[in-house]
Design a protein around this ligand. Structure first.
Ligand SMILES: Nc1ncnc2c1ncn2[C@@H]1O[C@H](COP(=O)(O)OP(=O)(O)OP(=O)(O)O)[C@@H](O)[C@H]1O
Ligand SMILES: [Mg+2]
Length: 380
């Protein structure tokens, strides 16, 4: 027996020809299921997808799904993101179809599934356009929209007809965040009184309206010109973090957009970023920003983010917190279109004063000190 044969006996052999199943054509390429050899794992394929794309002469190959012993690959023959024609539309409560994934599936922002989102990217990479799409998709829904526009209001003021509140300076932001924290407190109390954990378990007639908070250019919230601002920044930063931490259960959702969202902005930013599970990374100028946005996802995702060309604004790497990532592009919704849509649905805007009002009194308030869970008698 030769040395190489002996080595092969001791190790799992992975460099084997793939056992290719039926090739199924799709609209933009094909799908193929592959049986794994003993000792192979889906990672053996994820590592070589680029090479497979070149070998098969297609634009890209991605692992679509896997189950024990089998992976399904999807090859796309041309980049479906060069032209995105999918309409932006509301797709159920707090769900918006905002664009297209590279796989051909719609790119959906679902706040019930992923409550908070971070949208990052260099200037002119498509952040505000994605916000336009999200706002346009949410406008017809029974949802309150709140804007924090740290660009002095130039981005979100056109949508003011549909916004329940809009803050454009740091002082206004601080006041609005204090209101939001108070609203969270009220909702917490309402849930506790009815012995439920989230507003979604409350009866429909007393359930408070969900609030989606849109923050554009978040870095401006943290930038300090001189020491006198330190206290105000610390206050806003803490309040924003509290909204992120407590929001999910009490129907307050965040979308935070910025060019860079890193610890260099100050204390509190890293903790805030950790709460923003949904990540959208547009074109970036440096790999650090991609790492900052996408975290420790697959290095291939970071490489893909750095390869987004400037001539394709709106293209981004998207991860919904389940560890999988996709190349995606938002549908183009211009400011004018978004403004028209927000004007058309202006009557759906809940008044800020109504949102701030304490929710309806509970039917059976729980007395303080009253045990919420009856302890079962101990078995002898
Ligand atoms: N999904 C898209 N499809 C086509 N064009 C897009 C898309 N997204 C953005 N663009 C184009 O790119 C331009 C810049 O986009 P946008 O204003 O959203 O960038 P930004 O990241 O918000 O930039 P800034 O950081 O300067 O605010 C838009 O005016 C539009 O022409
Ligand atoms: Mg912008």
């Amino acid at each position: 027996m030769t040395i190489s044969q002996r080595r092969r006996l001791r190790r799992a052999e992975v460099e084997l020809a793939p056992r290719i199943g039926l090739i199924r054509p799709t609209r933009n390429g094909f799908r193929v299921s592959i049986r794994l050899h003993d000792g192979q794992a889906p990672e053996d394929y994820t590592r070589v997808l680029d090479r497979l794309a070149h070998a098969w002469r297609v634009h890209s190959v991605r692992v679509l799904s896997w189950r024990p012993g089998r992976v399904t690959l999807q090859a796309t023959s041309r980049d479906p993101l060069t032209q995105v024609r999918i309409p932006v539309c509301s797709d159920g409560l707090l769900r918006v179809q905002v664009g297209l994934l590279e796989t051909g599936a719609p790119f959906v922002v679902d706040f019930r599934l992923v409550p908070h989102w971070l949208i990052a990217g260099a200037t002119q990479s498509g952040k505000s356009t994605l916000l336009n799409a999200i706002i346009a998709g949410l406008a017809p829904q029974p949802v309150a929209l709140v804007g924090f526009d740290l660009k002095g209001g130039v981005e979100l003021t056109p949508y003011a007809d549909r916004l329940s509140a809009l803050a454009t300076t740091r002082a206004e932001c601080a006041a609005l965040l204090a209101d939001l924290v108070a609203i969270l407190g009220d909702r917490m109390r309402a849930c506790r009184d009815r012995r439920v954990r989230t507003i979604w378990q409350l009866p429909e007639q007393v359930r408070p309206t969900p609030i989606v908070v849109v923050v554009d250019e978040v870095a401006e919230l943290y930038l300090m010109a001189d020491k006198s601002e330190k206290e105000e920044i610390a206050k806003t930063s803490t309040a924003l973090l509290r909204v992120a931490q407590l929001g999910r259960a009490f129907g307050v959702y965040l979308i935070v957009a910025g060019q860079r969202v890193g610890s260099d902005l100050g204390p509190g930013v890293t903790a805030l970023r950790a709460q923003l599970t949904g990540r959208v990374c547009h074109r970036v100028n440096d790999p650090e920003t991609a790492t900052m946005t996408l975290g420790d996802l697959d290095p291939a995702a970071l490489a893909a983010a750095c390869q987004i060309p400037p001539e394709l604004p709106g293209v981004a790497i998207v991860s919904g917190g389940d560890g999988r990532w996709y190349r995606a592009r938002s549908a183009y919704i211009s400011e004018e279109q978004a403004e028209q849509i927000t004007k058309a649905y202006a009557q759906m805007r809940p008044a800020w004063a109504d949102l701030k009002a304490t929710p309806a009194a509970p039917v059976n308030p729980v007395e303080p000190g009253h045990p919420v869970i009856e302890q079962p008698a101990q078995a002898a």
